[in-house]
Design a protein around this ligand. Sequence first.
Ligand code: G3I
Length: 392
Amino acid sequence: MNNDFLVTRRRAIKLGFGMFAGGVGAVTTSKTIVLNHQIQVLDNPNRKFSISGNFSLKERAAAKGLMYGAAIQYSQLSSDKELANIVKHECRVLVPEWELKWHVGKKPLRPSPYNFDFTRADWMANFAKTHGLLLRGHTLVWHESLPPWFKSTVNRQNAKQFLERHIKTVVKRYAGKIHSWDVVNEAIDTSDHRSDGLRTTPWLKLLGPNYIDLAFRLAAESDPQALLVYNDFGLDYDTPQNEAKRTAVLKLLERLKSQGTPIHALGIQAHLSPNRNFNPKKLRQFLRDVASLELKIMITEMDVKDKKLPLDIVVRDRIIAGLYEDYLAAALDEQAVIAVINWGLSDRYTWLSEFQPRRDQAPVRPLPFDTKMQRKLAWNAIARSFDQAPER
Ligand code: G3I
């Protein structure tokens, strides 16, 4: 067994695998050694993530012609002054995490088939305007967060009307105030085995594959200024699934462009995970292929799942920072990339706490600020990525 796999007892304990360091059985030990190996490969104690100057992420991004921002919920932004202050200081772009979806939370945008409740979305738009933030709309057409009344109300005969009314009403209300819209979200799922790679969503079943083109045309008609984005996840790694998805997304974008669909950008969510094969060359080639379609690219929902990382915060933060920096080094090398958006800004509020909790119940640490709103190494990593990015 070469040195790579040799995990010293001391290091195994340090990495928080103390109970395995004693090795309770060959299988456990070998699994631990493999996991430790993966972690060892990811963790470089010599990486310091040093930064110069005292500029915010917003300022460092702007210096290279980029935008930085975050997705935040109304309930967090309207009640947490500390959070609001770092949003104002660090972000150029604000994305309502819930408030422009059809139906999430206690006061949803679409409480009933013929009504809209813009209270919270208006508050978010006003916050953005007041503090000079660009507003990003998420999302007009998605298979998730559909209202409870949707299934029993929307059918093949009226689906086009419902889609048209939703997009026209919502997009026109914020016309001129929205930097970009995620017009269609997560429409590709190659595991559904369709030749076009489309996910069999309610919208596909009701309207057929052209629902995507229709949604973009309605959005363009309603706000000619907004950048219109197709947004998706699972595009980041050198795995068969991600490769298949990149191919299917590229085919969709090519098809839309060839039929004159008013689409302007691809949104890559970049919900990263440490236990995958990150191949910067693969990602870079994909970005080059998207850019060759004369599309811009936005990193739209960046965070790092840390559920399989060691408990040790020093090691965990260093690994997470390394993942941020390595990913952004590849992504920002592509001139068509215009923005980096985190899905949340502080570990105090992240969807991963609930959706991807750690087995040891330790708080997750996916974002640039910790629960005390202090900058973390992930913040340094993003800052360094902007500082080292080529100017747009
Ligand atoms: O808080 C309520 C709880 O009181 C209620 O009992 C429960 C069951 O209805 O719902 C809880 O609210 C949930 C909320 O997360 C808090 O956990 C909502 O139903 C649930 O829809 C919501 O999930 C959001 C999800 O999108 C679906 O809209 C997440 O907050 C949000 O971070 C996530 O964001 C998505 C992007 O929009 C698209 N890309 C992936 C990303 C992460 O999944």
